[in-house]
Ligand binder design. Sequence first.
Ligand code: NAD
Ligand code: WQD
Length: 338
Amino acid sequence: MKVLVTGGCGYIGSHTCVQLMQAGITPIIIDNLHNSSELVLQRIAKFNAGTPTFYEGDVRDRKLLQQIFSEHIITAVIHFAGLKAVGESVQQPLNYFENNVHGSLVLADEMDKAGVKSLLFSSSATVYGDPDVVPITESTPTGGVTNPYGRSKFMVEECLKDLYASDPSWSITLLRYFNPVGAHPSGYMGEDPQGIPNNLMPFIAQVAVGRRESLAVFGNDYETKDGTGVRDYVHVMDLADGHIAALNAVGDKAGLHIFNLGTGEGSSVLEMVDAFSAACGKPIKYDIQPRRSGDIAQCWADTEKARQQLNWVATRSLKEMAEDTWRWQSNNPNGYSE
Ligand code: NAD
Ligand code: WQD
């Protein structure tokens, strides 16, 4: 079985390709390398026989999509490709809508024309905005998003719901990731952010490896266990496995399928700092700064639906998330570029 993986050179896409290949599924990757390196393909090849088939290009390139669909019998598409930096999206909203929304529409249209009607979409817990109640279930209202990136994810979800309503022969799966962290346990693959990391775990990792001086903890006056923000961090390998579970359980079933992918547990910023210190064997320097605009106090997933319907649960602990990130970061202090 061949699956088209858009954004397959990126952080979550590359780990998912490894797990797909382990499961006997052939990934065909399209990526424009906007936020990734072709070098990741050699790393993927370390775990499996051969390098995955790769098309360098953009999901908005209709001709390229037509070429791929004519050259391969594609069973399903996992759509990771997109821009994901929240702060940048505030500065460049049109770019985010163009890439994330328009890109998804072009892809869905070309899938439709090619008769490929199984799509798994990388959505985000950000579509829930600031929820009134935790844990968040899949029926928690969506749309209260606070930035253009989040709005682009919400908009694509709404477009795909309308597409399904118009043609119920589609299988559309919206996977709402919580906070993906961690790396492949081999130390060969991991997250390789360009510039200053936006997210907590890669920032901590760069402090630990000496690329950054100190972590700014954004607020310690939230109503949480220790005053710092609480999130549901999920290991990228668990997340990758979640895609295979979704492909197997619902990827061939017509329907609109929606799942939270998280652990169901919330960890604070300071708990992450402690876990990382233990993993790397040294203290992580940090100081308390004001809250970051747009941040919420806490969120974590209700994971019951994924457990029951996908037979998927995240099994990797916070300790493994920190240890695997540290192995990747310390073996590759400058990411894939060396
Ligand atoms: P990433 O930036 O590492 O990977 C995205 C990949 O898509 C990159 O390789 C990039 O080069 C490629 N790309 C971007 N625009 C493209 C286009 N128009 N055509 C072709 N390729 C394009 O990001 P990631 O962390 O792996 O995230 C993957 C997906 O999951 C994204 O859609 C993201 O919004 C979503 N998501 C990520 C997180 C997170 O915290 N990492 C959380 C929730 C949802
Ligand atoms: C986690 C916690 C921060 C950095 C973002 C997107 C979301 C999704 C996942 C894509 C918060 C604190 C962070 C730092 C800190 N991405 N923090 N110092 O904000 O939950 O979610 O990534 O879909 O859409 O919004 O993740 O890792 O940025 O922050 O104190 O330097 O760490 O305040 O409490 P977030 P994050």
